[in-house]
Design a protein around this ligand. Structure first.
Ligand code: PLP
Length: 386
């Protein structure tokens, strides 16, 4: 066989595909050494070198995410945790402090306490981010304030602009994990956050079929993180990037239907005599309803947390449900229900301090694309037997 210089005889982009194709390739070829040299000098636009650094399918998906997130730039990662790890490793170092709220996603806290602390990062936990608490933080060397907005599982929402004002005054990076909202509902960068992180496994991809993560922010910050991602090797796979792109195209329409159903369901649950303490930012009874009205874009998302009057019936209630599925995670088109402590903290004793902020018997319900009436009847029938 004659020696071939390239496997792609024609320019692929000249074929004008309607959809960004899957560039399933680890490497990209160059015509000659001169082209390679030009690429390294940044003179060759639209050229790629190696898929751990950059891949056209991923770049197109990142650019789509930036439009949704209203950011200058975005990066994709192999998971939400990979995105969180990359951001924290990049911005923190020995002797630098990270401020985390008590209710942060468990693995984010474990990452901080079990790994970052070994490299000299100091971790301060606060109960929540109301401005009084912030003004009491007088410690030095704070580098990063990391907030989950809305938080898991009680869906609290701080006054984001007040937090941002504090971080700017104190020269602290403000990172928001906005997985639970998705950019269809909240754009934290518009309210002063420096970086927004998503577990794209959840609403962004929306179909429970991939694990992925993202970071969005200014060109400057993202450029620095890009090198870290390349060194950490936590790039998103090419097929996952394609599926994420496809999922994001329906994000606004999914979130609109999901939020509408969730709102109706939250009102229904609040009026039910066997239910107490419904946490949903759209309800006036939610402690941060005012902030939800101020910052969320008119809808309130798909997660509802609530407790039964009779805690001892919680497991039976979940097991009786026929539509809502018992499964980890949230944000897909399937509705899901879990006893939150039993799903996320099965190894912890009830008295463990991590659990003090989560009501015993709390049920986290992720509304999918099922109709309100279907979910209401499912819940009603399950409650009848409790
Ligand atoms: C799921 C989740 C993560 C972790 O994301 P993975 O994609 O599972 O790594 C981080 N933060 C929040 C709020 C999450 O819900």
């Amino acid at each position: 066989m004659p020696k071939k210089k390239s496997n792609s005889p024609e320019d692929l982009s000249a074929k004008n595909p309607l959809i960004v194709p899957v560039y399933q390739t680890a490497s990209f070829s160059f015509k000659n050494t001169e082209e390679l040299a030009k690429f390294h000098k940044g003179e060759e636009k639209n050229k790629f070198l190696y898929s751990r650094f950059e891949n056209p399918t991923a770049v197109a998906t990142e650019s789509y995410l930036s439009t949704l997130e209203k950011s200058e730039s975005s990066l994709l990662f192999s998971s939400g945790m990979a995105a969180i790890t990359c951001s924290l490793i990049s911005l923190l170092g020995s002797g630098k402090k990270l401020i985390l709220p008590q209710t942060t996603y468990r693995h984010t806290r474990d990452l901080a306490n079990k790994i970052l602390s070994r490299y000299g990062v100091e971790i301060s936990t606060v109960s929540d981010f109301n401005s009084d608490n912030l003004e009491q933080i007088l410690e030095k060397d704070i580098r990063v304030l990391f907030a989950e907005i809305p938080s898991n599982p009680l869906l609290s929402i701080p006054d984001i602009e007040k937090v941002a004002e504090w971080t700017q005054r104190n020269r602290v990076h403000f990172i928001v994990d906005s997985t639970i909202a998705s950019p269809a509902i909240l754009n934290p960068l518009e309210h002063g956050a420096d970086l927004v992180i998503h577990s794209a496994t959840k609403y962004l991809s929306g179909h429970n079929d991939i694990v992925a993560g993202s970071i969005s922010g200014s060109e400057n910050l993202i450029e620095a993180l890009k090198e870290q991602r390349m060194l950490l090797g936590s790039t998103l796979g090419i097929n996952e990037a394609f599926l994420l792109h496809r999922g994001m195209k329906t994000l606004p329409i999914r979130m609109s239907k999901i939020s509408e159903t969730a709102f109706q369901l939250a009102e229904f649950l609040e009026g039910h005599k066997k239910i107490k303490n419904v946490f949903y930012p759209g309800l006036e009874s939610h402690p941060n309803h005012k902030n939800a009205l101020k910052y969320l874009k008119g809808s309130f998302g798909g997660l509802i947390s609530f407790e039964l009057e009779n805690h001892s019936m919680t497991d039976k209630f979940i097991d009786n449900l026929k539509i809502a599925i018992l499964a980890a995670g949230f944000g897909g088109i399937e509705s899901q229900a879990e006893h939150h402590v039993k799903m996320a903290y099965p190894d912890l004793d009830e008295k463990n301090s991590l659990l003090t902020c989560i009501p015993k018997g709390l049920i986290r319900f992720s509304v999918g694309l099922d109709d309100f009436e279907v979910l209401r009847d499912d819940i009603n029938e399950s409650l009848d037997e409790c």
